[in-house]
Write a protein that binds this ligand. Structure first.
Ligand SMILES: [Zn+2]
Length: 342
């Protein structure tokens, strides 16, 4: 297992409190998450290197050009319009009315709402950090696709699976997992994305919803009760050519291995039946018991996940998604990677 990491994520460090179920709480998606995972990788003896690819294969096929241009310049445009300092956080708060005329907006306040689907901030360093995370994902893919290793892990921060083709949300700005899948597709491969984050990967689903060259399978908390609320229901199965290539396995919040294990087996069955040339794992570990209102997976359960993924025997790229309990997320990530056994 080759691992890829860099310090570039530190440029994105949200500090302003965020709304969470009626309270304002400190933002949980912080640099210390990646630092804890990196320390656990080192302790476990993994070989960790910096990025080897910086050309972002797949990025411009996954996200629209207009969105990428917006995200790159958003903070500078917002500062120019508001006079706020470089350390301030640009938060979207206005959106168009559904069903009403909505010409593409020009004012940066409107554009922040247009290109997002919740209230994540854009910071001065958001673009550089998100872009660097794509480089790590592409580097891990390159190592696997070129046959230098059977499996690789990218310590991506910010995460990516909530970012859609032209919008950001859920701490995600660029969809690292989708970039890997697209890079593989552009080589003629069939790809499966297995998303085991606690939250549904609504961005990844949207990006590939109409396509049959990417299978998207997700285990997550039932969106009737959990973020992202609007997507991730079992009835969403793809559209057009993509009919049948999306599979959602929602579980009740608070589920433990007795429910998770069979759902994981079903998800792996879908992957096996699709017989992909490459597998991308959106590795969220916010399914941990310690992660607050979540599932109740314990340390050994993450070993079981890694063992099951490794058992598929497919070339695999793991991409880091969520996981917020600083005391256990490093252990849980390394448990998955160690048990994969490659
Ligand atoms: Zn999550």
């Amino acid at each position: 297992m080759r691992c890829f990491d860099s310090d570039a994520h530190r440029a994105h460090h949200p500090r302003d409190p965020i709304p969470d179920a009626g309270r304002l709480v400190p933002p949980p998606e912080v640099p210390e998450r990646a630092e804890r995972i990196r320390a656990a990788l080192d302790d476990a003896g993994f070989e960790v290197t910096g990025p080897t690819r910086r050309d972002a294969p797949g990025l411009r096929r996954v996200h629209t050009g207009a969105y990428l241009r917006f995200l790159e310049g958003a903070h500078a445009a917002w500062r120019a319009a508001t006079g706020m300092p470089a350390t301030a956080e640009a938060v979207p708060y206005v959106r168009p009315l559904r069903g009403q005329p909505a010409p593409a907006p020009r004012h940066v306040i409107a554009r922040l709402g247009w290109y997002s689907h919740d209230s994540d901030p854009v910071l001065a360093g958001t673009w550089s950090a998100a872009r660097a995370a794509v480089d790590l994902a592409a580097s891990a893919w390159d190592a696997v696709a070129a046959g230098r290793c059977a499996a690789a892990y990218a310590l991506c921060r910010p995460p990516g699976h909530h970012a859609a083709a032209d919008s950001y949300a859920g701490y995600c700005y660029l969809n690292n997992a989708a970039v890997v899948a697209q890079a593989w597709c552009d080589q003629g491969a069939r790809v499966a994305v297995l998303d085991v984050d606690y939250h549904h990967g609504n961005g990844t689903q949207q990006i590939f919803y109409d396509r049959d060259d990417v299978l998207f399978v997700s285990l997550h908390a039932d969106p009737a009760h959990e973020y992202p609320y609007f997507l991730g229901f079992a009835g969403e199965r793809g559209r057009g050519a993509g009919e049948g290539c999306t599979r959602n396995l929602p579980l009740a919040p608070g589920s433990d291995w007795s429910a998770y294990g069979p759902a994981l087996a079903a998800a792996l069955g879908e992957v096996r039946a699709y017989a992909p040339d490459g597998l991308v794992v959106s590795l969220g570990v916010d399914t941990a018991l310690e992660d607050g209102d979540s599932f109740r997976l314990v340390a050994d359960d993450f070993l079981r996940i890694g063992e099951a993924v490794g058992g598929l025997g497919r070339p695999t790229v793991y991409v880091q998604e969520g996981g917020y309990d600083l005391d256990v997320l490093g252990r849980n990530v390394t448990n998955v990677l160690l048990a994969d056994g490659r």
